[in-house]
Design a protein around this ligand. Structure first.
Ligand SMILES: [Zn+2]
Length: 489
């Protein structure tokens, strides 16, 4: 075995290390003159929503390492790699019937209700719950039939979820310095800048760390592999704009929440090619382009700090503006209640308990019918009214009374199914001469789902000279703030 192959093998062994200690895994790459090292903890970010044609460059060139068989050389240098992601992403739908903190409860539920369905129920482990699901369905209409059937049968926690999956067609081309090569199934290549200090560019946008292009079972995935603190420098300014929220303590609180969210993903590694996605579904990340001195400082000053409960990283949900009071998590996302995600009063501008951010959305009855008909077959709507409100005043259960039947919606589905901005707190109506509803006025406060850490409130608290730890302890009850260096579980 010659020296180079031997060294490549060392690298591959490191890449292939099991994920049992994700917080300690380090990427070290050394072949010939190239030495590249990513400090632990390392995170793999799935870059979702890239344009169809991507071009990856590095000013002083890059190394390409091919891990799998195929027609690509095992290793070569290049100035530019282009890839045509012509087979876009598609969505698959599942009906989630329940979400449980313990596997045992999910199994009991499955045993109890499986006879209701001709489909097999499966238990999926997410970062928070054991989810009992049916599916996948290729289109939403099929999922909706099962959803409606479930609601009718008293499974009130039923939910429709979608997952983004790459299409499975083959034939993607990869261009290395304009030489066309076929990117075969199961190919897995790593793009590494020639110099440690240099940043790769994806369509002219800088990215720290390295890029992996994987053509796996579920299609092509582009993954950015980097140190988690570097990742956070890209995330914090996109989740909380430092120009708009120019208070260091608020940004520090955001940095700790975002780090916790990411570490939890690492710890409860789902069976995917990456740890976390780059969209709003996880945390928005677009590389190093939006880094800002104030948010970088917030990341640096809270380095390695995460939030834990019962020695586990918490599910650090956060929201744009709660509207004056945050909500209990189960009221919005279903599942069991979570001790640290309880609704609490919130400080907004000038320390007011009531947010000035109020919104209302007016829709005629016909408009509401049209929106609902995308998902349900309904004739006419007689009325829409709340069945239950959560602690924040948000309507968390709502009944749509139709001419033949009724439809009950819960939590976040209210917003989704009615196509509203957010969850409303009031429904006003105007009537016609025959005393029939003519239009609905949905009124609400705040922005986002309203669960967990409130960015608007954190900003106000920081203005009131509160420190980031106080801010975090206000929104997440009874949690601990730990340093990863001191305690890695
Ligand atoms: Zn708030």
């Amino acid at each position: 075995m010659n020296r180079i192959i031997f060294k490549i093998l060392i690298v591959l062994v490191i890449f292939l290390l099991p994920q049992c200690h994700p917080l300690k895994k380090t990427f070290r790459y050394e072949v010939d003159e190239v030495q590249y090292h990513i400090k632990a903890p390392v995170i793999r970010v799935g870059l979702i929503g890239l344009p169809q044609n991507i071009e990856i460059t590095a000013e002083k060139g890059l190394k390409i390492i091919n891990r799998q068989n195929g027609n690509l050389p095992a290793k070569r240098n290049a100035n530019k790699v282009k890839i045509d992601l012509k087979n876009g992403k598609s969505e698959l739908y599942f009906v989630q019937l329940g979400a449980f903190l313990k596997r045992e409860n999910a199994e009991n539920f499955t045993n109890q209700f499986s006879s209701l369905y001709p489909f097999q129920m499966k238990i999926y482990q997410s970062s928070q719950f054991y989810q009992v699901r049916i599916g996948p369905f290729k289109n939403k209409a099929d999922a909706l039939e099962v959803f409606k059937y479930s609601i009718k049968n008293g499974l009130k926690d039923a939910w429709i979820v979608n997952e983004v999956v790459s299409s499975e067609e083959e034939g993607n081309s990869l261009f290395i310095d304009d030489e066309e090569l076929r990117l075969e199934k199961n190919s897995d290549i790593f793009l590494i800048p020639f110099h440690q200090a240099e940043l790769l560019k994806v369509n002219e946008s800088p990215y720290r760390g390295i890029i992996e292009i994987k053509n796996g079972e579920s299609g092509i995935t582009v993954i950015n592999i980097l140190n988690i603190e570097d990742y956070l420098k890209g995330v914090v300014p996109l989740e909380m704009n430092p120009e708009q929220f120019n208070e260091l303590e608020a940004l520090k609180a955001q940095a700790v929440s975002a780090r916790t969210f990411a570490i939890r993903r690492l710890k409860f590694h789902e069976e995917k090619d990456y740890d976390i996605c780059s969209t709003v579904k996880c945390q928005v990340y677009k590389g190093a382009l939006f880094e800002h001195p104030l948010s970088n400082q917030a990341v640096k000053e809270t380095e390695n700090e995460i939030l834990t409960w019962n020695n586990e990283p918490i599910n650090a949900l956060y929201t744009g503006s709660c509207g004056g009071y945050t909500e209990d998590v189960e009221n919005i996302f279903g599942g069991e209640s979570v001790r640290y995600l309880r609704g609490t009063f919130c400080f907004h501008q000038n320390g007011d308990r009531v947010s000035p951010i109020e919104w209302n959305e007016e829709k005629t009855k016909e408009e509401v019918i049209k929106i609902l008909r995308r998902q349900f077959s309904i004739e006419d709507i007689i009325d829409i009214y709340p069945l239950r409100r959560g602690v924040s005043g948000r309507i968390v259960e709502m009944r749509i009374l139709t001419s033949k039947d009724y439809l009950d919606l819960r939590g976040f589905l209210i917003k989704e199914m009615l196509g509203l901005k957010d969850l409303p707190q009031e429904i006003l109506k105007t009537m016609n001469q025959n005393n029939e509803v003519e239009r609905f006025i949905f009124k609400g406060r705040g922005k986002g789902h309203g669960v967990g850490f409130c960015q608007e409130g954190a900003y106000t608290m920081a203005k009131m000279k509160r420190k980031y730890k106080e801010i975090l302890l206000h929104y997440y009850k009874d949690i601990d703030i730990l340093n990863l260096n001191e305690k890695v579980k």
